[in-house]
Design a protein around this ligand. Structure first.
Ligand code: PXG
Length: 457
């Protein structure tokens, strides 16, 4: 018997309104219009309770990279649940799925990574890193090195510690964050700057703000720097090419640990296995989640470099940290199946050589639309910004809601993208065909024209 009842859309909406508190949601405004109820999905399409088919240009929430309905991922979960649905990795135990996954992850990551610590989400992974980073410096005889540098508008998760690493002011305001020992510098957002510098100069300057912060805090107090290779939730902020090499130089010079948050960029999104591979950095930690299982089951984790892991193992004694679901067997089995699927279907190469360039070309052409001020896309991770006027440059007043208006028109046309203010972001599944890419682009052009009419007529 199916666990979930069959109900009408209206019944689902009513129950949802009465009993369900949603993440990142203004409930008062949601209750006025009710939730869209998504009931099933196949390939790159999701279906709502009214039977509307919507092309999922966000891969769920940046995670369903292999697409929906992949039988081998479903089978991996079901078979593992029959064999061993749960056991922990505490108390000197382990099980085949967590061990197999840990060893496979080594094969797809940079050579400094031989070991992995599992968590249940990206937020938990970043909490883990804060504990490991500080423990590492204590063990190295530098207990003063506890400060972590992050960036404004970064997103590293929603737990108290991960929200503190995040650089989102409204999140911080709501609960007295950040916790002590976390400081922020500016993001490398050239289009959002006064553009007095070239992108290359701006990238260097943004990286050097980290160096300035290290000097301000004191090099003997800075433990680590954390950054998303491309900021995702903040609006797909693609740094100038000069940025990451300079960040690496600074981290090397001051001995600061480098954390590359790969929760969105990991497992192929940029046409390389990890964002660090794309930008040429050599991080000490890489948190991951989302795409490791293509979102089929929750799983997160942290790649820990030998520099850190060797010290934790040799000198650390017990590390007092772990989660009930660290290395959940079913989630790990799905992750193993998912990584094998990505390898067998050569999806990372496909993004780099085929669908990536195909979509990027068409995406760039949005820049010709009068409403679009800037376009950017790396691999299958892109954004464009809706502006009121290009010459002279002017943005819409936030109250006009130009971004959400476009997003709603696009959803009505049958394509899902996300609006971060007036920045429209897109991260479709890796299996997106050329025809599906065309459908997404054609519908976005139509929605842009409709948005322009609505905003100016
Ligand atoms: N790091 C990064 C870079 C993320 O994007 C997390 C950590 C936290 O992962 P968990 O699994 O704890 O959610 C994320 C999550 C959005 C959106 O609106 C993005 C995320 C989560 C929810 C919404 O784009 N990213």
């Amino acid at each position: 018997m199916a666990a979930i009842e069959k109900r009408s859309r209206e019944d689902w909406q009513e129950l949802d309104k009465e009993h369900h508190l949603h993440p990142f949601t203004d409930h008062k405004s949601l209750h006025k219009k009710r939730s869209r109820i998504i009931t099933r999905a196949e390939g790159v399409y999701i279906y709502d309770a009214d039977g509307n088919r919507i092309l999922d240009g966000m891969s769920g929430l940046w995670c369903v990279n292999a697409g929906y309905g992949r039988q081998e991922l479903i089978d991996a979960a079901a078979e593992q649940m029959q064999e061993l649905p749960y056991y922990n990795n505490f108390f000197q135990c382990a099980h085949p799925p967590s061990i197999e996954l840990a060893s496979i992850l080594k094969d797809v990551s940079q050579p400094q990574f031989k070991r992995v610590f599992f968590a249940g989400s990206g937020s938990e992974s970043n909490d883990t890193i804060i504990r490991m980073v500080r423990t590492y410096w204590d063990l190295m005889g530098q207990p003063g090195r506890h400060t972590i540098i992050s960036r404004n508008n970064a997103y590293h998760g929603s737990t108290v510690a991960a929200a503190s690493l995040s650089g989102m002011k409204p999140m911080h305001r709501q609960s007295g964050l950040p916790i002590p020992g976390i400081v922020h510098v500016d993001q490398p957002y050239w289009f959002g700057s006064d553009q007095s510098l070239s992108p290359e100069e701006f990238g260097l300057a943004a990286a050097r703000s980290i160096e300035a912060k290290i000097k301000e805090v004191g090099a003997d107090k800075v433990a680590a720097f954390i950054g998303e290779p491309i900021q995702g939730a903040g609006g797909v902020i693609v740094p100038p090419d000069t940025y990451w090499p300079e960040v690496q130089r600074i981290c090397d010079e001051y001995g600061v640990l480098l954390i590359s948050d790969e929760v969105i960029t990991g497992f192929g999104r940029l046409g390389e296995w990890f964002g660090a591979d794309h930008f040429g950095t050599r991080p000490d930690f890489m948190p991951f989640a989302k795409g490791v299982t293509s979102g089929y089951l929750p799983l997160g984790g942290v790649f820990v470099s030998d520099r850190v892991a060797d010290v934790l193992i040799d000198k650390g004694g017990e590390f007092y940290h772990g989660y009930t679901y660290s290395g959940h067997p079913a989630a790990c089995a799905v992750a193993v199946a998912n990584i094998k699927l990505i390898q067998r279907e050569k999806l990372v190469d496909r993004i780099r050589d085929d669908i990536g360039p195909y979509l990027q070309d068409k995406w760039q052409a949005f820049g010709e639309h009068p409403l679009v001020g800037n376009t950017r896309m790396v691999g299958l991770m892109g954004a464009f910004e809706i502006v009121k006027s290009k010459e002279p440059f002017e943005r819409f007043d936030e109250k006009q809601g130009a971004g959400p208006l476009f997003r709603d028109l696009l959803t009505d046309a049958g394509v899902c993208m996300r609006a971060v203010g007036d920045t429209i972001i897109c991260a479709p599944p890796f299996i997106l065909s050329h025809a599906e890419a065309d459908e997404m682009i054609d519908k976005a052009w139509i929605a842009l024209d409709l948005a322009q009419k609505a905003l100016f007529d």
